[in-house]
Design a protein around this ligand. Structure first.
Ligand code: PEP
Length: 257
């Protein structure tokens, strides 16, 4: 983390877990144990249908609500899709874009990721843009090329003044939901590379100010070490964000003086 130049953001990704009733219960549990998050922003990205209950439940807690996906068109005949304006109107602040599960199961591509980033920014949302390599790609030694391609594609056509609203999450696919975490060195190496890529695109000032998260089996036991890396400005957390006690421990790790 480097709090002098950029925000630390701890974001939970609930994926397809929890009902609206569970959301309310989680908020109550979190409220009971939540430290004063003075150094970091806290976000919970819930399934679309839980957004209204999450907005209500987290209202007085300095916890922002995020969505896990968005469609890039403004409106129209796109059955089953949800637009950025619809999310914004509900009070959503962040939206995850390009999560590897969406790339793997729902045909998300670098091209659609870019269109969604544009749509999210236009509506005033903060996109959390996910990038990351598979185990095969890592073993082939093409991680950095792939990450550069994903970052450049996601940000294509995004003007510099909008970049402050973007968050990039480095999520090695082999570490998501597997219990296998990237070592702090592996995670830091790629996060630093992402910042360098942004620097080449937008210059040093903007690169210094963008929040870059790590995601992939982050949990209470490894959060402090990962967050101690200067280019890791927070976490995108799946499994450990489903339990209030675990989530709070990660928030506490980001809050350390
Ligand atoms: C994620 O869903 O983005 C994620 C990192 O999941 P987990 O923490 O469970 O690996």
């Amino acid at each position: 983390m480097n709090r002098r130049y950029r925000k630390t953001i701890i974001a939970g990704n609930w994926k397809m877990n929890k009902t609206a009733t569970d959301t309310k219960k989680f908020a109550e549990e979190l409220k009971a144990v939540m430290p004063k998050a003075k150094w970091c922003d806290v976000v919970v990205c819930v399934p679309f249908v839980n957004i209204p209950s999450a907005i209500k439940a987290f209202k007085d807690m300095r916890v922002s609500v995020g969505a896990q996906n968005v469609f890039y068109e403004k409106d129209g005949a796109y059955t089953g899709e949800v637009s950025a304006d619809m999310l914004k109107d509900l009070g959503v602040k962040y939206v995850i874009i390009g999560h590897s599960e969406r790339r793997q199961y729902f045909g998300e591509t670098d091209f659609t990721v870019n269109k969604k980033v544009h749509a999210a920014l236009e509506a005033g949302l903060h996109p959390i843009i996910c990038v990351g390599e598979s185990l095969e790609q890592r073993e082939l030694g093409i991680t950095m090329e792939l990450i550069a391609l994903q970052v450049k594609s996601a940000l294509a056509g995004i003007p510099a003044d909008k970049l402050r609203k973007c968050v990039i999450a480095y999520e090695p696919i082999w570490a998501i939901g597997t219990g296998k975490t990237a070592t702090a060195e592996q995670a830091a190496e790629v996060c630093t590379f992402i910042r360098t890529t942004v620097r080449h695109l937008y210059g040093a000032r903007i690169a210094r100010s963008i929040t870059i998260q790590y995601g992939g089996s982050m949990k209470p036991g490894n959060a402090s070490e990962l967050l101690a890396q200067p280019d890791i400005d927070g976490g995108l957390i799946g499994g450990a964000a489903l339990k209030a006690n675990d989530f709070v421990e990660i928030i506490a790790a980001a809050n350390q003086d």
